[in-house]
Design a protein around this ligand. Structure first.
Ligand code: GLA
Length: 402
C-alpha cells in the first residue's frame, strides 16, 4: 500500500517536472476515439509557416468558436525543420520559429488545445527537409519532450522501404517516448494502409493530395504554375467507396485535409465537401486561412449539427447507398439508430432527389422525423421516403429519426 502511494507520488512529481507524462487513464490505443478535428498549415501556407501564424490560429480557435465546435489539434506541416545537429537532433528553423517548438506547444496548450507536428518516414520530407529515417526514437523522444500531441508522418523519399514496417517502427518509438501522440499515417494509399493501419496509426491517408477544386484535372496556381492530374474533392470521395468497413473509433480512413474556403470551390461545393467529409467520419482538419474566412465559410466550419454527424460515437463511416450517375444518396448510421443522409447533386442544375427508407435500413412503414442540418430546421415527419430539391454541385443534409 505504502509502495503504491509512493509510486503515485513519484509519478505526480515526474509529471510536474516533465511534459512527457501520460494523463491518468490515457494510453496510445485510447486516442482518437472520434475523428480528430483541428487545423493544419499545409493546404494554404505550404512551407511558408511561422510561429506567429500558429499563435494567431490558436487565438482564433478560442475567439471565433472553433474550439467550442470541437476543433482541438493545431498541426504544423512540412517546413518547420531545417537540419540536424552533430548529435543527430532535429533542428528547428529559427527564422520561422524563433521561440522554438516547445514554447509554441506550450502556447497552444495554454489555450486548452493540442499541438501537432510533421515528419517523414524517409530521409527527406516532401519539402526536402530532414526526415526521420534512422532517427525514429530520437525524434519521438524530442516530440514528447516538446509536448507534441499529434504526428503526421509522410512518405516521401522512402525508396523501397516497407510501409507497414516503417510506420510500426515510428509507432513503437512514439509509444516508448511515453506521451500520448495521435499518429497520422500519410502514405497516400499506395500500400493500402487500411489493410494494416489499425493498431499502427490512428488515421491513414487513402489517396494522393487533395486540391481545392470540384473534381481535378488542371489547375493554375497563384504563381502562374500549371499542374495537371491532381484530384479535387469529388474524385477523392469516389475513392472512399469500399473502404467503409476499415474505419472505426481509433482507426480512421483519412481522405485528406479539408479544402473548405480554399481555391475555386463555390459556396455549395464547400458545403458539399464538408458534409461528405462528415459523412465519411473523416478527420476534420481545416486547411484554410481561418483569419480571413467569410461569414458563410465560418458558418460551414462550425455547424455543430453537421459536426455531430462526423463525431458520432458509434464511429461508422457513411456509405453511398445510391448512385444514379450525377445524383447520389449517402447514409451514415448514428449511435441512436437514426441516420444522417446526404442528397448529393453533381449535375449542373437543381434536381429533386429522394431517399427511400429501405435504402437506409428502415422498413417502409416507419414514420420518421426529418431535420435539415444546414437550414437547422425540423421538416415534419414522413413515412417510406423523403425528397428535396438539391442545388447544382450541392447537398441537402438530413437527420432522419424514426
Ligand atoms: C505530402 C503530403 C501533404 C503535405 C506535403 C508536405 O504531399 O501528402 O499533405 O504534408 O507532403 O510537403
Amino acid at each position: 500500500m505504502k509502495k503504491c502511494r509512493e509510486f503515485v507520488l513519484m509519478s505526480f512529481l515526474l509529471c510536474l517536472s516533465s511534459s512527457t507524462c501520460l494523463t491518468a487513464g490515457e494510453s496510445w490505443k485510447d486516442l482518437a476515439q472520434r475523428p480528430p478535428m483541428g487545423w493544419n498549415s499545409w493546404n494554404t501556407f505550404r512551407l511558408e509557416i511561422n510561429e506567429n501564424l500558429v499563435r494567431g490560429i490558436a487565438d482564433l480557435f478560442v475567439a471565433r468558436g472553433f474550439k467550442d465546435a470541437g476543433y482541438e489539434y493545431i498541426v504544423i506541416d512540412d517546413g518547420w525543420q531545417i537540419n540536424r545537429d552533430a548529435q543527430g537532433n532535429i533542428v528547428v528553423n529559427k527564422k520561422k520559429f524563433p521561440s522554438g517548438i516547445k514554447a509554441l506547444a506550450d502556447y497552444v496548450h495554454s489555450k486548452g488545445l493540442k499541438f501537432g507536428i510533421y515528419s517523414d518516414a524517409g530521409y527527406k520530407t516532401c519539402g526536402g527537409y530532414p526526415g526521420s529515417r534512422g532517427y525514429e526514437y530520437q525524434d519521438a523522444r524530442q516530440y514528447a519532450a516538446w509536448g507534441v500531441d499529434y504526428l503526421k508522418y509522410d512518405w516521401c523519399s522512402t525508396g523501397n522501404q516497407s510501409a507497414p514496417d516503417c510506420y510500426r517502427l515510428m509507432r513503437d518509438a512514439l509509444e516508448k517516448a511515453g506521451r500520448p501522440i495521435v499518429f497520422s499515417i500519410c502514405e497516400w494509399g499506395t500500400n493500402k494502409p487500411w489493410l494494416w493501419g489499425k493498431g499502427v496509426g490512428h488515421l491513414w491517408r487513402t489517396t494522393f493530395d487533395i486540391r481545392p477544386t470540384w473534381d481535378g484535372g488542371r489547375m493554375v496556381l497563384s504563381k502562374g504554375v500549371q499542374i495537371e492530374n491532381f484530384i479535387g474533392f469529388t474524385k477523392i470521395l469516389d475513392l472512399q467507396v469500399g473502404l467503409e468497413s476499415y474505419a472505426g473509433p481509433g482507426h480512421w480512413n483519412d481522405p485528406d485535409m479539408l479544402e473548405v474556403g480554399n481555391g475555386e470551390l463555390t459556396l455549395d461545393e464547400n458545403k458539399a465537401h464538408f458534409s461528405l467529409w462528415c459523412m465519411l467520419a473523416a478527420p476534420l482538419m481545416l486547411g484554410n486561412d481561418i483569419r480571413k474566412a467569410t461569414p458563410e465559410i465560418m458558418e460551414i466550419m462550425v455547424n455543430k449539427e453537421v459536426i455531430a454527424v462526423n463525431q458520432d460515437p458509434l464511429g461508422k463511416q457513411g456509405v453511398k447507398v445510391r448512385d444514379d450517375g450525377d445524383l447520389e444518396v449517402w447514409s451514415k448510421v448514428l449511435q441512436d439508430g437514426s441516420r444522417a443522409v446526404v442528397l448529393f447533386n453533381r449535375s449542373d442544375r437543381e434536381v429533386n432527389i429522394g431517399v427511400l427508407w429501405t435504402e437506409i435500413g428502415y422498413p417502409e412503414h416507419v414514420k420518421a422525423n426529418i431535420r435539415d442540418l444546414w437550414q437547422k430546421k425540423d421538416l415534419g415527419s414522413s413515412s417510406g421516403a423523403y425528397a428535396a430539391d438539391v442545388p447544382s454541385h450541392g447537398v441537402v443534409m438530413l437527420k432522419i429519426v424514426p
